[in-house]
Ligand binder design. Structure first.
Ligand SMILES: Nc1ncnc2c1ncn2[C@@H]1O[C@H](COP(=O)(O)OP(=O)(O)O)[C@@H](O)[C@H]1O
Ligand SMILES: [Mg+2]
Length: 407
């Protein structure tokens, strides 16, 4: 799988860009605020249908587009998969309200849903702020899991989207029940909740089991990377922390896990059917509490994950260096897991990460660049790369939304 062309119109600070990628390694150099991250974001958008950071999609529309009769934004890419060429397109056009935009997706010219786009071009993006995966809030970690899993697991993506839809509806029911001061045992209330519980659990249990199983899969290779980076001094453990016990731990063990008192890596995979039973029971016994809160308290929207090094929580006790190593190890493990799951390596996108890293972490990233068929790497300073690497790469300079080849 290779990205062969990229075409941008009114995407952030790019008015128009046409770019061909014809070699395994592309290096982009530019000063700050010239458009390096924006370029990688455009590729990331084709892979995941989302901007890099959570937020308003309309932020990616170029400010200059506002002067156009129809202020649209378009990102298109050509991808080579198994000898076929796929044309991927994401277009934002303004809605009547003058504020919001509608997102249209096309594959080979035919309109598609986001879900059908995701997974055609698979990419893993490394950013200097990846450290937030370890020291930031839980929503960053959930977003990370979703972006990674959706690219390799269509069923997950479908379940996640259904779950989110059902969650909104169930939350609005709970809110209105709270306003009515409803008793959970009242016949109508009981039936309404039972209806939504079932739908929530059907999709939520799949999301939970797949997140758990993905982390179990990442555990070993992430730990190996982290051990290498720490000179074999640190054992990295990933813990999945759902909002209720989905098995296979006993409730007592689950309490220890939640409180950070368990230090062994999770090794057991979960079956969605078994999770569904436990999830449904949890909801059934917590109705009064959920009505009082006026919102859904249990489910994958409340998940978190924890990184431990030698048994200690890195979010609380880790140094910046340890946190950075853990985040990097997780991402590198993701590259291996994606390759394993799909049979081909993802496109690597490295945004200005070299300068942040010390020699060992840099060396590890460079070996991965050599392992994958295609990598696109940005930097402010050519000196971040050895002469050999620069020699074999296609090089470009990014200046104020314009990309020029360097020869
Ligand atoms: N929607 C937008 N329209 C036009 N310019 C934008 C938009 N969003 C961000 N920018 C501009 O893009 C530039 C940042 O580009 P970025 O890719 O982050 O730079 P860097 O080369 O440092 O990675 C800034 O100058 C910012 O003002
Ligand atoms: Mg940048």
């Amino acid at each position: 799988m290779l990205l062969s062309r990229l075409s941008l119109t009114h995407f952030r600070n790019y008015h128009h860009l046409e770019m061909a990628f014809d070699s395994s390694l592309t290096l982009l150099q530019g000063q700050n605020a010239q458009g390096k991250t924006n370029l990688l974001e455009a590729i990331f958008l084709l892979a995941t249908s989302k901007p890099i950071h959570a937020g308003q999609e309309r932020e990616i529309v170029g400010w200059q587009a506002v002067d156009e009769p129809i202020p649209y934004c378009r990102v298109a890419g050509e991808v080579q998969v198994d000898g076929r060429t796929l044309d991927l397109e994401v277009i934002l056009t303004p809605r009547g309200d003058g504020v919001n935009y509608t997102k249209q997706i096309k594959v080979n010219g035919a309109p598609k849903r986001s879900m059908d786009l995701i997974g055609l071009l698979r990419a893993v993006l490394f950013l200097p702020e990846d450290i937030k995966l370890v020291d930031g809030g839980p929503s960053e970690r959930r977003r990370y899991l979703d972006v990674a899993l959706c690219q390799i697991d269509r069923e997950y993506c479908r379940a996640l989207s259904s779950f989110q839809r059902v969650l909104l509806q169930r939350n609005s029911l709970l809110k209105s029940l709270r306003e009515q001061d409803a008793r959970p045992s009242a016949a109508g209330v009981d039936a309404q909740l039972a209806f939504w519980d079932e739908k929530l659990v059907q999709h939520g249990a799949l999301v939970i089991s797949r997140r758990n199983n993905f982390l179990v899969e990442l555990q070993q290779s992430a730990a190996e990377r982290h051990a290498e980076l720490s000179g074999q001094r640190e054992q990295l453990t990933l813990h999945y922390l759902p909002s209720f016990n989905p098995g296979p731990h006993s409730d007592q063990e689950f309490e220890l896990l939640r409180d950070g008192l368990m230090t062994t890596p999770a090794a057991a995979k979960l079956d969605a059917g078994a999770v569904a039973g436990l999830y449904l029971r949890k909801l059934a016994t917590r109705r009064a509490r959920e009505i009082a809160a006026g919102t859904t308290l249990y489910g994958p929207h409340r998940d978190d994950l924890r990184f431990l090094a030698n048994g200690r929580d890195l979010r609380t006790y880790g140094s910046r260096g340890q946190q950075r190593s853990a985040a990097l190890s997780l991402k590198l493990a993701e590259v291996s897991a994606m390759t394993g799951a799909t049979g081909s390596a993802p496109l690597l996108l490295l945004d200005d990460v070299m300068s942040e890293l010390d020699a060992e972490r840099r060396a590890m990233l460079l070996t991965v660049i050599n392992d994958v068929p295609q990598a696109i790497v940005t930097t402010t300073d050519w000196e971040d790369f050895s002469p050999e690497l620069r020699q074999r790469a296609r090089r470009f300079r990014v200046y104020s939304g314009i990309v020029e080849a360097v020869d």
